[in-house]
Design a protein around this ligand. Sequence first.
Ligand code: FAD
Length: 308
Amino acid sequence: MSHAPFRPSRRGACPVRVSFEFFPPKTPEMEETLWASIKRLAPLGPHFVSVTYGAGGSTRERTHATVKRLVEETSLAPAAHLTCVSATREEVNEVVRAYWEAGVRHIVALRGDPAEGIGAAFRPHPGGYEGSPELVAGIRAIADFDVSVSAYPEKHPESVSIDADIELLKRKVDAGASRAITQFFFDNDVYFRYLDKVRARGIDIPIVPGILPVQNFKQAANFAARAGASVPAWLANRFDGLDNDVETRRLIAAAVAAEQVIDLVDRGVTDLHFYTMNRADLVYAICHLLGLRPTTAEAEPVAAVAVA
Ligand code: FAD
C-alpha cells in the first residue's frame, strides 16, 4: 500500500511521537552539555527519555543519578537502561527496586556486553540472569514496569541468524516487554524487511526505529562497524571530502537525517527513538521538520534546571 507523502506543515498536527537517548556524563563539562541538551529538547514533549548504562554496569551510579535528577527536576518520563551482564540477580534486583522507589516506571532491559568489550563471549554471571528474557521477567516480577528491549534489524553481531534474533525477541516479548527499540540503521528498507519478519513471527509490540543522526561520519562508521550496522556507499559518498569542513558537514548531516526520518514517517512509522549523543541541535532540527513544536507546559519545569 502506498502512503501519501509526509507534509507536516500542511497537515498541522504532528503525527509522530519521539523519544531521546542520553548517556550519563563523566565530567562536569559533559554534565553541562547534557543538561543544556535536555533543556532544549524537553519542550518538544518526548514520550520518554532514556539514559544508558555503561558496559558491565560501569556507570551504575551515574546512570542512577541522571535518572533521579530527571525525575526530581523535570516533567519528563525517564527510562533507565539496565544490563544483567557481570552482576548477580540480587544486585540487579536491588537496582530495579531503587528505580521503582525513585519513581521510575520504565526500564530498557538489556543483556549487555562483558566489561572486556564487544567480541568477548557473553557468559552469564554465576547467580545472575541468564539473558535478556530472564531479566525482563525478573523486572516484571518486581513491579509493574514498562519494559523496553533491544532489536537488531541487521542482526546482532553475535547472532547466528536474523531468525535466531527474532526468536530471542519473541522470548523477551513473552516475558513481558512492551516495546523494542532498534539498533540504528541507515537504509530504511532494512528496517521494513525486519519488521515484516517480526510481524510474521506474531510479535505485535511496537518496534521503534532507533535513529542515529550522523553528526560525525567517521565516528558513526566506527559505531556501525562495532554494532554490525551497514553503512551504505551513498552515505559515505555524501560526507566524502568534508573531513575539514565542519559547516558543510552540519548541513549535510541535517539533510541526511531529515531524508531518513521523513521516509520512515511516509511509510507509516509513528514512533522514533533518537540516539542524541547528548547533543540537541541536529535532533531538535529534525523534530522541527517533523512538525514537533515546543509546548509551554513542558518547557516550564525544565527551564528551572541549572545548566551552569
Ligand atoms: P540480546 O538481544 O538479549 O541478545 C543479543 C544476541 O546475543 C542475540 O541475538 C544472540 O545472538 C545472542 N544471545 C543472547 N542470548 C543467547 C543465548 N542464550 N545463546 C546464544 N546466543 C545468545 N549496552 C550497554 O552496555 N548499555 C546500554 O545502555 C545499552 N543500551 C542499548 C540500547 C539499545 C536500544 C540497543 C539496541 C542496544 C543497547 N546496548 C547497550 C547494547 C547491548 O547491550 C549489546 O548489543 C549487547 O551485546 C546485547 O544486549 P541485548 O540485550 O541487546 O542482547
